[in-house]
Design a binder for this molecule. Sequence first.
Ligand code: SF4
Length: 198
Amino acid sequence: MDPDVRDKAWEELRARVAGCRRCGLCQTRTNTVFGQGSVDTPLVFVGEGPGADEDTSGLAFVGKAGQLLTKILSAGGIERESVFICNVVKCRPPGNRTPSQEEMLMCGGFLEAQLLLLRPRIVVCLGNTPLKWLLKTTEGITALRGRWFDWRGIQLFPMFHPSYLLRNDSRAKGSPKDLTWQDVQQLKARLDEIGKGE
Ligand code: SF4
């Protein structure tokens, strides 16, 4: 796609999200959270929805879970500024509950449009919600993490959500943190292959 056309479509999409009142989450949000980072990236991360810090700032993954994600990426040799990070729903579900099917149906088209405009090589689903939404699977993150799938020609890689890692602090072999460390190394290796022209 012509970069100018893409950029124009991207800004129109951003404006549509900012003014969106398609589902009930608009009533309790402070800000919509479109997502942020590089738009010329091979790698996009998708989480569930904004939390309190994200709702206040209008930015994705800036709270404790986001800080942990930044650390995990950095340890794996991936700069956070070089990727794009967003969520399935763009407004905070009250009390950080999981978004309802109806809310995801209303909002999911924005994520889809973002992915089709960015056309990254890899989409990482953080946790169950984006995994189940994009893959239309009933299998959970524990079964599918660390494996590669296809979403419309884009490689899809599920990893644990960092908020799950905050609740499961063990670093023992086979623990969620240990598995995530393995996953981020696998992710970096695939990124390097892409960088070399695969
Ligand atoms: S969650 Fe999505 S669909 Fe619902 S109001 Fe916010 S932007 Fe619109």
